[in-house]
Write a protein that binds this ligand. Structure first.
Ligand SMILES: Nc1ncnc2c1ncn2[C@@H]1O[C@H](COP(=O)(O)OP(=O)(O)O)[C@@H](O)[C@H]1O
Ligand SMILES: [Mg+2]
Length: 184
């Protein structure tokens, strides 16, 4: 589901120090709905190379793909492919990431269970909606900040607002901005 927190969780994993420690090279590509193979290659190159992106303007897609593959061949890589929509898209980009059997990993996020299974994830992690308690905690922290207590008289109405967010962090984030604006 959109807004359930897939990108947020993937970013936490990607940035988590004990995880980073296991890898030598890091690539993050976001797949938009208007998928463009070339953009994925450019995004990947941006992560692995310090070259001026202008240098890629004159190159063909297969040359760019070659560059990405070469830079991922030696080191142990962690690649995040965020928000992949279809198995076709996975088919067109999966060969960019060589399987070296050296502990490298591709972590992908998707709204579609069949894409997760197709991409050979033996045990996809399914995200759950937040329960009411965690919805309220998220709303409270977003509105008042982690370091401040919330005014106790606002707890009842706050919980009612949280309940209306149906456990989706995205709705809670948007609602928290509205509450902050009304307060300002
Ligand atoms: N566990 C969480 N705690 C706090 N905020 C979260 C959490 N999960 C998601 N969010 C917030 O909810 C919004 C949507 O999350 P996102 O990761 O973009 O969802 P998705 O990738 O599934 O569409 C973002 O603003 C993010 O900051
Ligand atoms: Mg996302």
């Amino acid at each position: 589901m959109g807004g359930i927190g897939k990108t947020t969780l993937a970013k936490k994993v990607y940035d988590h120090f004990p995880i980073r420690y296991h890898f030598d090279i890091f690539v993050w590509v976001t797949i938009s709905q208007e998928f463009q193979y070339r953009n994925v290659l450019l995004e990947a190159l941006h992560c692995v190379s310090k070259k001026n992106p202008k240098e890629y303007d004159e190159m063909y897609d297969n040359e760019l793909a070659d560059l990405v593959q070469k830079s991922l061949k030696g080191p142990r890589y962690l690649v995040v492919v965020d928000d992949i929509w279809s198995t076709d898209v996975w088919d067109s980009i999966s060969q960019i990431f060589p399987n070296r059997n050296n502990g490298s990993r591709v972590l992908l996020t998707t709204r579609e269970t069949d894409v997760a299974i197709y991409a050979n994830t033996s045990n996809p992690h399914k995200m759950n909606l937040l329960d009411l308690d965690n919805s309220w905690k998220l709303l409270r922290d977003k509105v008042f900040g982690l370091e401040h207590d919330h005014p106790p008289e606002l707890e009842e109405i706050g919980k009612k607002i949280a309940e209306k967010c149906q456990g989706l962090p995205l709705i809670i984030s948007v609602k928290s901005l509205l509450v902050i604006q009304i307060n300002a």
